[in-house]
Design a protein around this ligand. Structure first.
Ligand code: NAP
Length: 276
């Protein structure tokens, strides 16, 4: 039995679908089982990753866990998993940790989760993806109001990855001994500026979309309304100060799944309905 955390999210949602399609036994962890969006036929269990004691039922009889990071007591979560007899944890981290600065809050969060996995006594595999194509959903509100996307970090090129590809890698490595103790950095097939993503989205949607770069001061104020200050600072260090180069295109998705990573065009076509 595989327990998928974040099963209502972008990566976990795709992973539940993939595992269920392949006939593997899968259990979906969500905080509210009544409103999970998980497909019928898949076992859904409630639990809160910030409260390790709430995970007892979810971990019963589980061999492998797909685990999101960044929760308040990752060691506590992993201790519960170990006690339940889990044999392999696949952690979703970020490639910002590679050469990253520990005092950057995002890097520190992921490094802390990786350290907890290393110290858990459970076999582990860490996935370190680039920025997600699904971050583009942040533009849904603007695109329902008009044809202009005004967004921060106009010069930040990112080899964005489709969450489907992260999930495909997770499905390929779960329970496989040759991946124990491995860190897999992952990327999409091309480095794209926000303006490139807008141009592709415009073609896919058949709309005359236009990109406008947000000045840094305006972006900082807007982000600070919804994101804790330490994470706003972390993103400015990444993409304005240049602490994180998320442009390299890697062969790892193809090596691990046997097919190339999906393009942003494919992602946009798959999710076009959300932008119409
Ligand atoms: N976005 C990026 O570019 C990027 C890049 C690298 C790494 N990452 C990492 O990827 C992860 C996000 O993945 P995603 O995009 O698939 O997720 P997502 O779509 O943002 O959804 C978040 C998921 O986390 C679950 N969740 C939140 N708080 C929880 C809690 N206390 N207990 C249990 N579940 C909880 C939510 O479930 P419910 O609300 O249903 O309970 C939901 O399924 C984060 O760890 C992030 O750091 C993201």
């Amino acid at each position: 039995m595989i327990l998928v955390t974040g099963a209502s999210g972008h990566v976990g949602g795709e992973l539940v679908e993939l595992l269920a399609d392949r006939g593997r036994q899968v259990r979906a962890l969500v905080r509210d089982p009544a409103d999970s969006g998980v497909r019928p036929g898949v076992e859904v269990v409630g639990g809160d990753l910030n409260r390790p004691e709430s995970l007892f039922e979810a971990l019963r009889g589980v061999d492998g866990v797909f685990l999101l990071g960044g929760f308040s007591d990752m060691s506590g979560v992993l201790a519960r998993a170990k006690a339940a007899g889990v044999g392999h944890v696949v952690l979703l981290s970020s490639r910002s940790v590679v050469g990253g600065h520990l005092d950057n809050a995002v890097v520190g969060m992921h490094m802390g989760s990786e350290a907890a996995v290393h110290e858990s006594g459970i076999e582990w595999t860490v996935l370190r993806p680039s920025g997600f194509m699904s971050n583009t959903f942040e533009w849904v509100g603007q695109l329902s109001a008009g044809d202009v996307v005004r967004a921060p970090f106009a010069d930040a090129s990112i080899a964005t990855i489709d969450p489907y590809d992260i999930a495909s890698v997770a499905a390929a490595v779960l329970g496989r001994a040759e991946h124990f103790g491995q860190n897999h950095p992952l990327s999409g097939p091309a480095a794209l500026l926000p303006a490139d993503r807008v141009e592709i989205l415009a073609k896919v949607l058949g709309r005359p979309l236009r990109f406008e770069g947000q000045p840094d001061g305006e972006a900082r104020d807007e982000m600070s309304r919804t994101i804790p200050a330490k994470y706003v600072e972390a993103f400015f260090r990444f993409f304005v100060d240049g602490e994180f180069d998320d442009t390299p295109v890697l062969p790892t998705v193809e090596e691990l799944t046997g097919r190339p990573p999906r393009t942003f065009e494919e992602w946009a076509a798959t999710h076009a309905k959300a932008f119409r």
